[in-house]
Write a protein that binds this ligand. Sequence first.
Ligand code: NAP
Length: 261
Amino acid sequence: MSSKTTSPEPSSQLALVTGGSRGIGRAICIKLAACGYNVALTYARNEAEAQETAQLCREAAQSAGFSTTRFATYGGDIASTTVCEELFAACVAELGAPDILVNNAGITRDNLIMRMSLEDFDEVLSVNLKAAFIFCKLAARSMAKKRFGRIINISSVVGLAGNAGQANYAASKAGLIGLTKTLAKELGSRFVTVNAIAPGFIETSMTEALGTEARTSLTNSLAIPRLGTPDDIASLVGFLASDEAAYITSQVIAVDGGMTL
Ligand code: NAP
């Protein structure tokens, strides 16, 4: 009996992931590449890390048997509306309009409200929320036309529960949840699903400043006694992007080891 091995069919679908140069965004790009999607990723300044993600995507795709999938990187500060529009246009020109949009890029500028500057409030809202709104707006038209789309917004447990010292960040992440639920209602009739993920404490450069003692105490307070990894978030993105998740929309799914029990 002869055995025949066939390569899996690459998806012709394109995923656009903001903030894909490192951390959670990088893990999301690699996961989607391993599932056979073409991936366009954005970053702010770290071009070398963005290129490294693209290379890791190529390797993940090849290991999974996808040899024709495409990857591209686009750099720019998405606090600017014009930059968001330019990045999106460049992606459409090179790879087409995205079928899957993951709004992942995010920043913190922590301080208690009495010391928080208006600039720090504005910057966090611009990157974390306004840019997500712009990318959703730009992606929605072609998704609605194709009668297919997946929008996945990376919120935070802080958007659900608040956190002292993070008024700007919490407001932006809670805003993403409102955006998610509204777009789910607006786009559902076109079979576009819109969901949010609320990560707990995930080990990335965003959280590296937390000291050993605080980490231990946090870990001990969780139902699952370890900190989260970027792959914990990427797995859920992979599922929400897939056909298996076609009937899931308007959800906010916490991936937090039980932090918000
Ligand atoms: P990270 O390691 O700090 O990476 C942030 C990513 O966003 C990088 O790719 C960065 O690009 C990009 N970015 C930052 N500012 C930008 C700007 N102004 N314009 C364009 N891109 C920009 O963050 P992370 O920990 O992976 O977090 C990813 C997402 O998960 C964020 O939305 C965050 O709020 C959310 N989240 C994280 C945690 C956690 O514990 N880590 C928990 C809950 C939610 P450069 O590399 O070029 O700077």
